[in-house]
Design a protein around this ligand. Sequence first.
Ligand code: LMR
Length: 398
Amino acid sequence: MLEQLSPQPADKILALTAAFRADPRENKIDLGVGVYRNAQGLTPIKRAVKAAERRILDTQDTKVYTELTGDPAFRRELTGLILGAELAQELEPQLASSASVGGTGAVRLALELARAANPQLTVHYSDPTWPNHITILEALEIPHRSYRYFDAASSEVDLTGMLEDLAQVKAGDVVLLHGCCHNPTGANPTPQQWQQIAGVLAQTGALPLVDLAYQGFGDGLEADAFATRLLARELPEVLIAASCSKNFAIYRERTGLLIAKSRAEGRATVQANMAALNRQNFSFPPDHGARVVSTILEDAELCADWQSELEDVRLSMLELREQLAAELRERTGSDRFDFIARHRGMFSRLGVTPQQVDQLREEYGIYMTADSRVNIAGLNSQTVPLLADAVAEVIAES
Ligand code: LMR
């Protein structure tokens, strides 16, 4: 029977990591999967995470099940980080939440929940979006279509197109948004533009699903939560799928959170539906990463140390963006790549062709996805000039 299974296409982002590992060249550069690397090319465990793990090792006296929707302290603390203490408290009677298997698990749970509420829904996603959004929608057989988001000519958000498309969305549909640090483009609406987006969404009656995978990687923990907080404040219902993979650097621990804001009368039912979906999928969500996060957020000293390490990562990415934009300007004699310095988050699309992406990999050992998305956090001050040289050479040749 198992012979009847069809072959599966490799995930394009993860396949790149495997190809990179198999490449014997020493000066190769991996700008594929979204993982932060320091100047030595390592993805270290954060100091506060190590300290929290030590504390858990010393004091934890049981591994008995928590709740079907995860540890309440984790949910409360992470909700506070995402919404800010004041708004989290104000909305508390309206919030249901569940710990999830990473940010991906939160997105999947959100979509399953939305479909259970409205089996007729269509999900609208940005063009382009994180490819796994579409993989999940296809697996769940949820009808989906894109809305305009990115203007490739300027490498900025196509706000007019986005607002026009969102205005057509029906009540009962879901609009999937990137809360900050848009993946794959790096182009993000300004706060004023988010106000306009929220206004259009409010008119349509669509349910926003905010994917917040990079809080703290763009303009800072507070600024990166701006859009999420705005939507949570202004709209009657919102889903928020958050990830701790990147900002706590606990990728493999699979730690995320789904928050749902609904009317207060509906909250208990929303919570019960999250619990029921978890039960049929995997029973209890993983707890180790969640406990690390709540241990850090509950302790002022650990929290301050985590924030300062996160801020160093963020500022180093901004420096790399400035450096790359400047070196490309110098080598190409044009401002074509200046958007790299304006973008935020781990990614930007260079805007070179798929053939040039192939050439960069084959001739220079520089790995990026076919859409020319580069992981800025995979660079360092030594590799930026190599990338700039290679890009300038391939575009000069064609
Ligand atoms: C990425 O887009 O590279 C990251 O979100 C990692 C992943 O799981 O794809």
